[in-house]
Write a protein that binds this ligand. Structure first.
Ligand SMILES: [Cu+2]
Length: 488
């Protein structure tokens, strides 16, 4: 695979200059990186949002979207956009079978929409890019939570503004649990830790600088809104929920002590079988849940989570786990590598993997940048809210062939489909490894890749977007729409 460094060597810098004004790039380059010793700030965990009301089957919440100030660097106030003043926003805990209703008030001067990434929701609550909440208005989103347990996240999706508004802070986690989840012998409570990673550039005054597409000049990685934090852990097994909420940053995580992860879940929930992993790829919008075992790590030492594909040295070490005491007490059946954790059949599995003869349609989508205009296109067209790119009969299963047409430019893309969790069938003709197969809602497309995915559209009726989840690309129109229509 070409990495982005190779891409630049190969001359795509010329293409980039066409696409992005050099003046902006130059001004961004002139700023100094942060002068902050690594691992000098403790990790913070976003608060869990409290419902305003509960009924027999529904939890009601209120959130306020507004400009705020946040201390990213010690003693420095950074202007941010926030849900309820949080950077990132508060975490919503949801349970399968109980609906969640969120009333979002837009207290910003610009429109907002709220999309619950990875969720099966009615189109009216999907946070469609063209369905915004006007400034000073509020809107109610209804989430049925009729899907397996998963680490989901919510974020702004306002067309042309999502890149900047998410960058300035409009994202948060939404953790959906279900009875299967509750039965598994997984670490819980303080040992179930949310880690949201994102790219950032802070200027000399500690303010966020947003230059679209400028992946080379976002030298700071924030974890739950903190640069290179440390986190004190006990000598226990931990469940880490990794969410990449970056606009552009790609991660390949490893642990500095060489220990392996046990990956138990992907974007849309538990894997059929947990996978022992040395490294975890996590591109924008992807999630992975992993178990990390600190039991054999000597007390008083530390382990760093590192990004082995970081573009600069200061972005390699992401977070430091400082291992303290507190040894025994874990359930003995948990080991890495271990026997499969998920021994029960997960509801919804069989129907999501129908036989090939049930596939009713195959479509092909090519993601490509126009080298002349710099537009980010799907099948040579930019986003048009009045155009439906795929009309799908309710209940049908389709295969989509996704092509990254920017092999020559070395530019990665992803594909995210709203509404569904899909199965990745193969990549460049080779089967995808199990941990990257299902359930997925966002798939990585390396330059030149051809990836086939399969999805069944048997839930909602309505119009939903699909788009590159490098949000700066989506912002430049790399987005289409599918519409699920009643079966005739
Ligand atoms: Cu893209």
């Amino acid at each position: 695979m070409l990495n982005r460094r190779d891409a630049i060597k190969l001359g795509s810098a010329a293409g980039m200059a066409l696409v992005f004004p050099t003046k902006q790039l130059a001004s961004a380059l002139s700023d100094d990186p942060l002068e902050l010793p690594p691992f000098s700030i403790p990790l913070s965990i976003p608060p869990v949002l409290k419902p305003t009301r509960r009924t027999g089957d529904t939890d009601f919440y209120d959130m306020r979207i507004a400009e705020s100030w946040h201390e990213i660097l010690p003693g420095v106030r950074t202007r941010t956009l926030t849900f309820n003043g949080g950077f990132p926003g508060p975490t919503v805990h949801a349970r399968r079978g109980r609906a969640v209703v969120v009333r979002q008030f837009n207290g910003m001067g610009s429109p907002a929409t709220v999309h619950l990434h990875g969720a099966n929701v009615p189109a009216s609550s999907d946070g469609h890019p063209m369905d915004p909440i006007a400034p000073g208005q509020s809107r109610v989103y209804r989430y049925p939570n009729d899907q397996p347990a998963a680490t989901l996240w919510y974020h702004d999706h306002t067309h042309h503004l999502e890149g900047e508004q998410v960058y300035r802070g409009l994202s948060g986690a939404y953790l959906l649990s279900d009875p299967v989840d509750a039965r598994l012998p997984l670490p819980g409570g303080e040992f179930d830790v949310l880690l949201m990673f994102r790219d950032a550039k802070l200027d000399g005054e500690g303010q966020l600088v947003f230059v679209p597409d400028d992946f080379m000049n976002r030298p700071t990685i924030l974890v739950n809104g903190r640069p290179q934090p440390y986190f004190e852990v006990k000598r226990r097994l931990y469940r880490l929920r990794l969410i990449n909420v970056s606009n552009l940053e790609v991660f390949k995580f490893r642990l500095s002590n060489g220990a392996r992860f046990l990956q138990i879940a992907s974007d849309g929930g538990f894997l059929r079988e947990p996978a022992v992993r040395q490294e975890i790829d996590l591109w924008p919008a992807e999630r992975a849940e992993v178990l990390v075992d600190f039991r054999s790590v000597p007390a008083g030492t530390s382990v760093e989570l590192q990004n082995v594909v970081a573009l600069s040295e200061n972005k390699r070490d992401i977070i430091q786990f400082r291992v303290g005491g507190g040894g025994p007490g874990d359930k003995p059946e948990l080991t890495i590598p271990g026997r499969p954790l998920v021994q029960t059949e997960i509801p919804g599995w069989p129907s999501r993997n129908p036989a090939p003869e049930r596939v009713s349609k195959t479509r092909r989508f090519i993601l490509r940048i126009d080298p002349v205009t710099g537009e980010f296109l799907i099948n040579d067209r930019g986003f048009d809210p009045n155009r439906v790119d795929a009309t799908i009969q309710h209940g049908s299963t389709e295969i989509w062939e996704l092509v990254n047409g920017d092999g020559a430019f070395g530019i990665p893309h992803t594909m995210h489909l709203h509404l569904v969790q899909f199965r990745v069938l193969d990549r460049n003709g080779k089967p995808e490894p199990g941990h990257d197969t299902y359930p997925k809602d966002t798939v990585r497309l390396n330059p030149g890749d051809v990836v086939r995915i399969q999805a069944t559209f048997d839930t909602q009726i309505g119009r939903y977007p699909f788009h590159c989840h490098f949000l700066d690309h989506a912002m430049h129109s790399m987005m289409g729409q599918f519409e699920v229509v009643p079966r005739r």
